[in-house]
Design a protein around this ligand. Sequence first.
Ligand SMILES: *Cc1c(COP(=O)(O)O)cnc(C)c1O
Length: 409
Amino acid sequence: MSNLLHVSSLEQNNVTASHTTPLIELAKKHVLHTAIRPDIVMARGEGMMLYDTEGRGYLDFIGGWAVNSLGHSPAVLQEALAEQASKLVLASPAFFNEPQIQFAELLTSISGMDKVFFTSTGAEANESAVKLARKHGALNLNGAYEIITLTNSFHGRTLAMMSATGKAQWKPLFAPKVDGFVHVPINDLDACFAAVTNQTCAIMVELVQGEGGVHPVSEAYLYGLRKICDMYGILLIFDEIQTGLGRTGKMFAYQHYGIGPDIMTLGKGIGGGFPLSAMLTKEQYDLFQPGDQGGTYIGQPLAMAAGLAVVRELLRLDLADHAYKQGQYLIEGLQRLSASLPISNVRGLGLLLAFDVPDAPALVVKCREKGLLVNATNAHTIRLMPALIVQHSHIDAMLDILQEVLQAS
Ligand SMILES: *Cc1c(COP(=O)(O)O)cnc(C)c1O
């Protein structure tokens, strides 16, 4: 665990960033200001650690935003990318390629789905799901096109996904919104039932709302949604972009509930850091005609090789189960701290966890200064989504820093 030694030495590291300062000036001049970023330039990653251009190390509990499922620059990903890059980077989406076929077979075999469509980002996978649901509406439900989603949900940043997303702050942005999305509160079955009309073609949910602050749907609610969908012939879409691929302690979060979707979307952890996403569905909803959906990078060989290597490694190391156990250990540690420190509402599944504090953004900054990266989803919520390879030693180091920061504030 030599990596962790860097963490403890960080406190002395309040020196001016000599090499980094001109880089930051260039960044501020040329990079569009779409996010509030600290004056740090990340240079390298290894396992649970990130290193900046000053050589400072950070214990990473953001995990590339729940993306680096195998940690930073895992050997299997490096090797898969190098090997595929030497053979074929892109042949155009007009042709099949080998890793695409192998990966489609693997993903369908582990997910209980039959068919897959590959994209690069989560938003694109969700766009594909919405298109497929609307196609079902057009073919089988007299042109129904509305999709019910949840308040406080997050489904991506394209125009349609900003409309699907149930974030109040986004409502006034980029008018006119894409029509056809209806929002209902989470875990309120009556509200969902009341929102179904003859225009409804699908219900789309995250099983644990990630960006919304780590709130799971209840079992009774999901069971109810499945029943509503079956009753009216409308599709149930699970957005497992954040919860899929082992994150919650099962390969897919829906396996906690024993209730399956008609369409499922995957992203983030599926590529271990390489841009990759997928939409999966059942044989009976194989409804697209050639030309309905596509894209330049659909099934791009490098992405396919990356995904294949990442998912094989997740399975080989049984990282879903590992994530469950490490998540339990982390929850216990947080609960222990909450006895004497201002931490409340420790919650989550597997390694998608959150807790509430009086000032989350301030805590993020103080932790970072001590070499720990955590994410604030809002003013009071800290979310943890470390790589699934995280060990007790990393969690102990993380809890030590958190305790130190909270005791000092
Ligand atoms: C991150 C996320 C998305 C969007 O994925 P992008 O790759 O950023 O487009 C969609 N849905 C959920 C649940 C997510 O967590």
